[in-house]
Design a protein around this ligand. Sequence first.
Ligand code: PLP
Length: 389
Amino acid sequence: MHVYDFDTVIDRKRTNSVKWDFCTCCDGADQMLPMWVADMDFQSPPEVMEAVLRVAGHGVYGYSEMPSGYYDAIVSWLDTRHRWSVQPGSLSYSPGVITGMNVAIQTFTAPGDRIILQSPVYPPFLASIRNNGRQVVNNQLVLRDGRYEMDFDALEEQIDDRTRMLLLCSPHNPVGRVWTRAELERLADIVQRHDLLVFADEIHGDLVFPGFHHTPFASLSPEISARTITGVAPSKTFNIAGLKASVIITENTRMRHAFDQAQERVFGLYTANVFAIAAAEAAYRYGGPWLDQALPYLAANVEYVQQRLARDIPQVSAVQPEGTFLMWLNFSKLGLSQAALRETIFCGAQVGLNDGTSFGEGGDGHMRINIGCPRAMVEEGVSRIAAVL
Ligand SMILES: Cc1ncc(COP(=O)(O)O)c(C=O)c1O
């Protein structure tokens, strides 16, 4: 069996990396350890690198189109990994899941409509609703027995005649929940009774720790599939976010046509770039064994952080993530203002995290840390934080 290397620290500085070259957490901090933007510091599976190098070596980078093998690789991945059987014709290209979310909002809702999100949540959810002139309905998650849950009772009360869509984050960034089938079925019952559409952002769906199981929302039933637009991508799973290739899955034919037309006519988006096509196909076709080793490595990073918090920084806690490579740290016992917390972590410890308040209500007193990196970096990051608290 090939053993993949997740331990080597790869220098990403001066590679135009958002995470490493554009961290503005603290002006003047020259030793910043960036653990914010959600990409990983690992090399992608070797087959992905080989595919990109093959394309690069050709030297002609003209207009491209996705071959049937590209779609077959995605369909086969969804089937074997998630027992979700979709037709290749249900797939649309999108450069990003958030692009797809915006197109869906513009195509299937009208200005002034109400759209639900569940905060604290990945900041572009809020921006996508607001920037399109729709109203935000926040069905805030609740923390019960150390685990975030959906507030179904509140949700029933929040939905009214102008409510059209729910933005589901599954698995959830930043709280790391992998929603159970029972939770999703309860949500499905509500959206069906209230005739809502769902945009299911399942970009983290492959990043699920042992003992947990990701259920694609649209796979629950044909009725649910008919009202769901799903975004998936190889970007988080295989660390190729910079290549900009995501997949939007709409099994409702009428809705898929509307989505595709909007993308092509309004936004001029219809195909991926040459590198993304080759990389995504190789990732889905050959990347499974790499992912199967990356996941236990990430789970061990999580465990390491939990142990260090318990031992060295007991005033800081983290909910146990069930998936993703992100952890939601709770600093509220320190009693610091958010500004003082930022100053302490960003400028004092020189560790770049995501400010909890950027995730909306429920984010105060929190920060998100990205543990998708070699263990040595996780150790360094936690040690720096421990040293200033
Ligand atoms: C939940 C979630 N959705 C979407 C994205 C971004 O996806 P894309 O780059 O495909 O728009 C991220 C990135 O962190 C994310 O965490």
